[in-house]
Write a protein that binds this ligand. Structure first.
Ligand code: SF4
Ligand code: SF4
Length: 504
C-alpha cells in the first residue's frame, strides 16, 4: 500500500463538526432498482440547459443521448434506462434553476436495454488530449462534488494554463454525506484510472489524491489501488478533518499553500481540482462506455428507516429512493437535498435525483426556530470564516441593500459554507441573507448586461438609419445633377420620389 503524505498549507477558520456518517457507512453501496418513471432535467450542470433531441412517444435505450449540449457551457443528458418518452415539461427540481425546470420524462420498460456506445479503439494512453476532452463532454460529465461545473470545459480552460497540480478531491467534510467515502472504499481503482485519464487530458505529470484523516478505509483502499497501478505520478495525501476543507479554494490552500485570488480560479495558481466521483465517472465513460446516467447518493438522517448509500439512476425521484431505504420514520419532519450546511430544503419528494445530488437528508427536527437577536459584534463569525470575510459587516450591508459595499467587502467570495451561522450567538441567519444578496447582485449584473445589449442594439440601429439616410442623399444629389442636364420633368420626378420616401 502507498502511504499518504501530510505536508500541508494552512486553512483559515472552519469548524470541527459531528460527522454523523457511521449509520450510512455501515453497509456496502446498494444498487437502487430502475424506477417505473425517470424524470431528467435538461439543466443539471452550471451552464446552458441541454437541447432535447427526442420527441414524445419515442423509444429510448439506456445511455442514449436524449438532449444535446447547448452553448459554450453545455452538457448533454442521456437516458438512464430504456423506455418511452412520455413528456417534456416543467417538473419540481432540487437544483439551482428555480422550483420548476423543463424535464424529459421516460416511462421505463423494465428491460434496461443499453444503447451501443463507442469504446476506445486503441489504448487510452495514445488518445490525444483534445480528443479525450471532447469524449468527456460527450459523456455528459459534470463535477459530482456539488458545483456540477462541466468537466470538459473545466479541462479545456485548464489545458490553456501552466499547471503544477491536478488534485482529486476526496475531502467529504460536510456532516452526514458519505457517498465519496464509500466510492473510495469500493471503487478506488476507478478513481485512480480516472485520475490517469485526467492527467492525460491535461498534459500534466502528477495527480494528488486527497482524503481526510477520518476515512482510514478510503485511505487504505486508495493506497492499495495506487500501489497496484505502479504509477509514481499518483500521490496520496491526507488532510485534517475540518469543515469546509473540501471547498475547492480551501483544498488548494491546504495541499499547495497557494491562495486562489479573490474572484479567481484555481488555475490562477496553477491548480485544477476534480472530485473523486468525477474521476470515476470519467473512467466509466472512457473505458467502459457508460455515460453519466447514475451516481452514488447518501440517503440518511434519523427520518429514514435504513440510512445507506445507493447507486441510483439519475432521474429517479427522491420518493422512490427513500422508499428503497425503508421509507420515512414517524419522526421525519425535514427533507434536504444535499448536506445540513449547504443543502436545499424541499417541500416535496417528487423531485428527481440529479448529477449534483450527493445526499438526501431526512431530519426529525424542524428547521431552526431560534429567536434572532441583534448583532453583539462578538466577531465569532469572522473567526470561523474560511474566506477571511467579515460576516457581521456583510450582514449590515445586506440589510441596507448596499450592493457596492457588499461587492467591496467580498460577498461574491462567500462559499455559503454556513460556518458563521453555526457560531452566531444571536442566531442570525447570515448565510441565507448572503445567498439572497448574491442572487440580487447576479440579477443586477444580468439587468446591466441586458441594458448594455439593448443600448448597443439601439446604437447600431441608429447608425444603420443614418447610413441609409446619407446614401439616399448621395443618390438624390447624383440624380439632381443628372436632372440639371435632363430638364424640369426629371427634376419633378425626383421631387415626387423624395416626397414618397419621406411619407414612407
Ligand atoms: S457572530 Fe453573530 S453576533 Fe457575533 S459578530 Fe457575527 S453576526 Fe454579530
Ligand atoms: S457562509 Fe460565507 S461569510 Fe459565512 S463563514 Fe462561510 S464563507 Fe464566510
Amino acid at each position: 500500500m502507498t502511504a499518504p503524505t501530510y505536508d500541508l498549507g494552512k486553512l483559515h477558520g472552519g469548524l470541527r463538526l459531528e460527522a454523523n456518517k457511521t449509520k450510512s457507512t455501515s453497509a456496502p453501496i446498494y444498487e437502487a432498482p430502475v424506477p417505473a418513471q425517470l424524470v431528467l432535467p435538461l439543466a443539471q450542470h452550471a451552464g446552458e440547459p441541454a437541447d432535447p433531441v427526442v420527441g414524445i412517444g419515442e423509444q429510448v435505450l439506456k445511455g442514449q443521448l436524449i438532449a444535446a449540449a447547448y452553448g459554450a457551457m453545455g452538457v448533454p443528458v442521456h437516458a438512464s434506462s430504456s423506455g418511452t418518452v412520455v413528456a417534456i415539461e416543467p417538473w419540481p427540481v432540487s437544483s439551482r434553476y428555480g422550483e420548476n425546470a423543463p424535464c424529459i420524462v421516460i416511462n421505463c420498460d423494465g428491460e434496461d436495454r443499453p444503447a451501443d456506445t463507442e469504446k476506445p479503439a486503441g489504448p487510452v494512453s495514445r488518445m490525444p488530449p483534445a480528443l479525450l476532452r471532447q469524449r468527456i463532454l460527450e459523456g455528459g460529465i459534470a463535477g459530482l462534488g456539488g458545483a456540477v461545473f462541466p468537466t470538459a470545459q473545466k479541462l479545456i480552460q485548464a489545458s490553456g494554463c501552466e499547471l503544477d497540480y491536478l488534485i482529486l478531491n476526496g475531502v467529504e467534510c460536510e456532516p452526514y454525506i458519505s457517498c465519496d467515502d464509500m466510492l473510495m472504499r469500493e471503487r478506488a481503482d476507478a478513481i485512480v484510472g480516472g485520475g490517469q485519464i485526467l492527467m492525460q487530458a491535461l498534459g500534466i505529470e502528477s495527480c494528488h489524491v486527497v482524503v481526510e484523516s477520518d476515512k482510514p478505509e478510503a485511505l487504505h483502499a486508495l493506497g492499495d489501488a495506487i500501489a497496484a497501478a505502479e504509477d509514481t505520478r499518483l500521490i496520496l495525501k491526507q488532510v485534517p478533518t475540518i469543515y469546509p476543507s473540501g471547498g475547492e479554494d480551501q483544498l488548494v490552500q491546504l495541499v499547495t499553500n497557494r491562495e486562489v485570488p479573490s474572484g479567481g480560479l484555481p488555475t490562477d495558481v496553477a491548480c485544477v481540482v476534480q472530485n473523486v466521483g468525477t474521476a470515476a465517472a470519467v473512467y466509466d465513460w472512457i473505458l467502459e462506455g457508460e455515460p453519466l446516467i447514475s451516481r452514488i447518493t447518501t440517503v440518511t438522517g434519523d427520518g429514514v428507516r435504513s440510512p445507506q448509500n445507493l447507486r441510483a439512476r439519475i432521474g429517479t425521484t427522491i420518493a422512490d429512493l427513500v422508499a428503497f431505504a425503508g421509507g420515512y420514520t414517524d419522526r421525519a419532519t425535514q427533507l434536504i437535498v444535499g448536506g445540513p450546511m449547504t443543502g436545499k430544503s424541499m417541500t416535496t419528494d417528487r423531485v428527481p435525483l440529479v448529477k449534483a445530488s450527493n445526499c438526501i437528508l431526512v431530519l426529525s427536527e424542524p428547521p431552526s426556530t431560534g429567536v434572532t437577536r441583534t448583532c453583539i459584534r462578538c466577531g465569532e463569525c469572522a473567526e470561523v470564516c474560511p474566506v477571511l470575510l467579515l460576516p457581521q459587516q456583510l450582514h449590515w450591508y445586506a440589510c441596507a441593500d448596499d450592493e457596492d459595499e457588499l461587492r467591496r467587502h467580498g460577498l461574491t467570495d462567500c462559499i455559503e459554507c454556513g460556518c458563521c451561522d453555526l457560531v452566531c450567538p444571536s442566531h442570525i441567519a447570515l448565510t441565507a441573507r448572503f445567498r439572497q444578496a448574491k442572487a440580487r447582485i447576479r440579477e443586477l449584473a444580468d439587468e446591466k448586461a441586458r441594458a448594455e445589449r439593448a443600448r448597443r442594439r439601439f446604437e447600431a440601429r441608429e447608425e444603420r438609419i443614418e447610413n441609409e439616410r446619407r446614401e439616399r442623399e448621395r443618390q438624390l444629389e447624383a440624380q439632381k445633377s443628372h436632372a440639371k442636364r435632363a430638364g424640369p420633368e426629371a427634376i419633378a420626378e425626383i421631387l415626387r420620389r423624395k416626397r414618397r420616401e419621406e411619407k414612407d
